[in-house]
Design a protein around this ligand. Structure first.
Ligand code: ZN
Length: 316
């Protein structure tokens, strides 16, 4: 029920509720989840409201409605949920969506498609979606969900109403818990990360940065190989770059006399790196890291990427 999200996500709730009250909807919403685990549930609750002939008000249970029942059992023809198959969302999935949604709704109702992990649209799927967003058929509403908005095409983002979810930040916790919570919204990945995996990641990332800052000319030769053994696929490398960014953000916090957000457990290293930098330098480094991270999605030669990283950072 949509009302279940009133407390946890007051702003997104208000925006959606306002649309309902005015019966005026965007043709595409982008849920920027910021690690919030129940974004998909909220999208479905919203869809349910739109489709239920009783205008399921969320205050009472709509047990006897066929449409609600279909949604709950994943059988509604008016909702299409698209998720990555393997690593990517593929063009065929978008084509199938367009085929199905080009026929008119059976109930004359709205139709909703939800794209979960939208950052995993591959290039041709993204272009296919873009065409659909440019000429939205009547009554169709798109809801895109993502934790990494900057990995989406700008042209897609610009066609959506962005709803930014409240970050679920834990203030007191170890570095690994806070980062695990930031990176992962499902408990399995979180548990996996907060075990040995994440500790090794943090160790490798923090020592790579220290090395890079202190002996940049040697970093490629001595360090990159071991680093790429830990981060040995695209997904892991994306996490490494996410960690680089969070790390430098904390260096920035330190420079600005602000409390650290994540890397409290690595204070010695943070202090060392802080001494070698200033605010402008660190801001530029964060920019470089963020833009390199985007490249990981498309074409990746890991060694070239690391070369580029070392070169660009040493020019700052
Ligand atoms: Zn219903």
């Amino acid at each position: 029920m949509l009302d279940d999200f009133k407390e946890e996500q007051p702003i997104v709730y208000r925006v959606l509720k306002n649309a309902i009250n005015k019966d005026k909807y965007s043709h595409a919403y982008l849920f920027e989840l910021n690690g919030y685990a129940k974004g998909l549930d909220m999208a479905l609750a919203f869809a349910k409201f739109l489709l239920c002939p009783h205008n399921y008000t969320n205050n009472e249970n709509c047990n006897d409605c066929l449409e609600c029942h279909k949604i709950e059992t994943n059988n509604s023809l008016e909702i299409k949920l698209i998720k990555p198959i393997g690593e990517w969302i593929k063009k065929e999935q978008l084509e199938e969506l367009q085929r199905e949604f080009n026929n008119k709704s059976l109930t004359g109702n709205k139709r909703i498609y939800i794209i979960s992990e939208a950052e995993k649209l591959n290039a041709s799927a993204a272009n296919s979606l873009l065409k659909f967003l440019e000429e939205p058929p009547e009554g169709i509403i798109a809801i895109l969900l993502t934790d990494n908005m900057y990995q989406l095409l700008d042209t897609i983002v610009s066609r959506c109403q962005i709803l930014s979810f409240k970050k679920n930040v834990i203030k007191n916790g170890s570095t690994i818990e806070k980062i695990g919570n930031y990176l992962y919204s499902d408990s399995e990945s979180y548990t996996n990360f907060t075990g040995d995996v994440g500790l090794k990641y943090l160790e490798d990332v923090t020592s790579y940065v220290s090395f890079l800052e202190k002996r940049k000319e040697d970093a490629l030769v001595y360090r990159t190989k071991g680093f790429l053994e830990t981060f040995n696929d695209r997904k892991k490398l994306a996490v490494a770059f996410e960690l680089f960014v969070l790390y430098y953000k904390d260096v920035l916090n330190k420079l600005l006399d602000m409390p650290l957000e994540y890397f409290d457990d690595y204070l010695t290293q943070i202090n060392e790196v802080t001494k070698l930098n200033d605010v402008v330098k660190v801001s530029n480094k964060i920019k470089i890291l963020t833009s390199l991270k985007t490249n990981i999605k498309y074409n990746l030669n890991a060694n070239l990427l690391m070369d580029k990283l070392v070169i660009l950072l040493s020019e700052v």
